[in-house]
Ligand binder design. Structure first.
Ligand SMILES: Cc1ncc(COP(=O)(O)O)c(C=O)c1O
Length: 473
């Protein structure tokens, strides 16, 4: 996929190729090319190179719904007339006197810019089609095994157990470790609700503690203070891609006989002390929801280095059925399985994970450069050299009193900003589980997530920075 964050917003010469096709190209060729350029749109050229029309993934989907044949339908059938003055088009063409394309302007600002969009190329589509055609569309299938093996390796772990989503992965981890009634699990107050919900649904009690003001992850001191004889596990969360101090947490917990369940939903590829997150703990979980660094639509995975736990999770994930004895249940289990269709997308995403991490890092760097002079904007603290964070969402802290004005000003310009998740201790569902958590509370009241995906080019970053400047000054 073209890296628009590198090439800027105007395409010339050979760069035009990924945004064009020929009238006699098949619909399938058009679909693959429109996916790969990341904008889902193409200019359709005649044999003489003149522009005959424009096609979008939307118009191609419509053609398929209306019965078009992927091979015999031609791009000339699905393209619509180009409106050179269309201010709502994300790509506009500049033509020469004879109607040939000389330049394309990429204009992500022309439509609503959400904070996230999945990055899906022809490779995911081909894998998905392959899985579909194999008819192994449930959870038995080679893509599931391949995804588990390769993702676990990338996460520095021996075993991967794919699940239907990231919440299911946390649930599986808790149950596999035997955590339930009467147990306490120490969870950061600043996290997405799934971290605490899964503990509650396992029958245990989440003990919500404050986070560190620099890392925004669970504070080591707060863990130490919260440990009681009932503490069975600690669940650090690498929030927004920022790694928690895993060596210290693991050492503390192992010296007290406490399990560690690492929630890596937001931090695929981050490292601490040179090791990938997910590789430090008894069990670690990941999410592959559509806004995550790599996605399978819905999806999740547990990873572990413990062969016994791996076997146990596979058994519990599949109704508690013995792996080597069909329809024999020694424990009441669950259905937490990932489908082969999900895993087929995951395999292609995994091949592109490093590219995604690089792209997200570049976008964050651009925000830092564009907003460093804006009074009232604070970027997260540079982490110490033991941490190698990834950017899930680029984020900033702003004065609490200005946050909703900022969100509204961006919305008026068709740009989504999202306030940080509410600290759990602020909400009725979790109030009575919480310690005093001033850092978490302050982050949740002042933080915003910025759009962080492949369409966020230099111009968009400057536009967003301009809105911040106007509102905050
Ligand atoms: C920290 C954290 N844990 C768990 C989850 C749950 O993952 P899923 O949405 O795949 O169930 C999320 C999802 O956003 C998350 O951010």
């Amino acid at each position: 996929m073209l890296d628009k964050t590198e090439i800027g917003s105007r395409l010339h010469g050979q760069e035009l190729d990924s945004f064009t096709c020929r009238t006699d190209d098949s619909l399938w060729t058009g679909i693959e090319r429109a996916l790969d350029n990341g904008f889902g749109t193409l200019f359709v050229l005649g044999e003489d190179g003149t522009v005959r029309g424009q096609a979008t993934l939307e118009s191609m989907r419509e053609a398929i719904r209306n019965g078009a044949h992927l091979k015999s339908a031609l791009m000339s059938d699905v393209c619509k007339q180009v409106d050179l003055d269309d201010s709502t088009s994300v790509t506009t063409a500049v033509l020469d006197a004879s109607g040939r394309l000389t330049e394309i302007n990429l204009r992500p600002e022309a439509t609503f810019l959400p904070i996230a969009e999945p990055n899906l190329s022809h490779a995911e589509l081909r894998n998905l089609l392959d899985a579909y055609l194999s008819t192994w569309i449930s959870s038995t299938g080679s893509y599931v095994r391949d995804f588990e093996t390769r993702f676990a390796l990338k996460a520095g772990s021996a075993h991967g157990i794919a699940t239907s989503n990231g919440t299911a992965a946390l649930q599986l981890a808790l149950v596999a470790l035997g955590i339930g009634q009467g147990d306490e699990v120490i969870v950061p107050d600043f996290t997405f609700a799934a971290s605490a919900n899964t503990v509650i649904h396992a029958g245990a009690r989440p003990v919500l503690v404050d986070v560190d003001p620099e890392s925004w992850c669970i504070s080591l001191e707060a863990i130490e203070r919260a440990i009681t004889p009932r503490t069975r596990a600690v669940m650090p969360v690498h929030v927004f891609g920022r790694p928690a101090p895993m060596t210290e947490i693991r050492d503390l917990c192992s010296s007290r006989g406490i399990y560690v369940i690492e929630d890596c939903a937001e931090a695929h590829g981050a490292r601490y002390d040179g090791k990938p997150v997910g590789s430090f703990s008894d069990i670690s979980s990941f999410s592959f929801y559509a806004n995550k660094i790599i996605t399978t639509g819905e999806g999740g995975m547990c990873v572990t280095n413990d062969e016994g736990l791996s076997q146990r999770m596979k058994m519990l994930r599949d109704h508690g059925m013995k792996i080597e004895r069909r329809y024999w249940h020694e424990e009441a289990g669950f259905n937490l399985r990932m489908t082969n269709l999900q895993a087929s997308i995951g395999c292609a995403q995994l091949d592109r994970m490093d590219e995604f991490i690089g792209m997200r890092h570049a976008i964050h760097h651009r925000y830092v450069q564009a907003m460093s002079d804006v009074a009232g904007v604070t970027f997260p603290t540079q982490m110490n050299s033991r941490c190698e964070p990834v950017t899930w969402f680029s984020c900033v802290l702003v004065p609490e009193t200005k946050r909703s004005a900022l969100i509204s000003a961006c919305k008026a310009e068709n740009i989504e900003l999202r306030p940080f998740f509410n600290s759990l201790s602020m909400m009725p569902a979790y109030l009575h589980y919480a310690r005093v958590c001033p850092v978490s509370r302050s982050l949740s009241l002042s933080g915003v997530n910025l759009p962080t995906f492949h369409k966020v080019d230099e111009r968009m970053v400057h536009k967003i920075a301009g809105i911040f400047r106007t509102v905050l000054n």
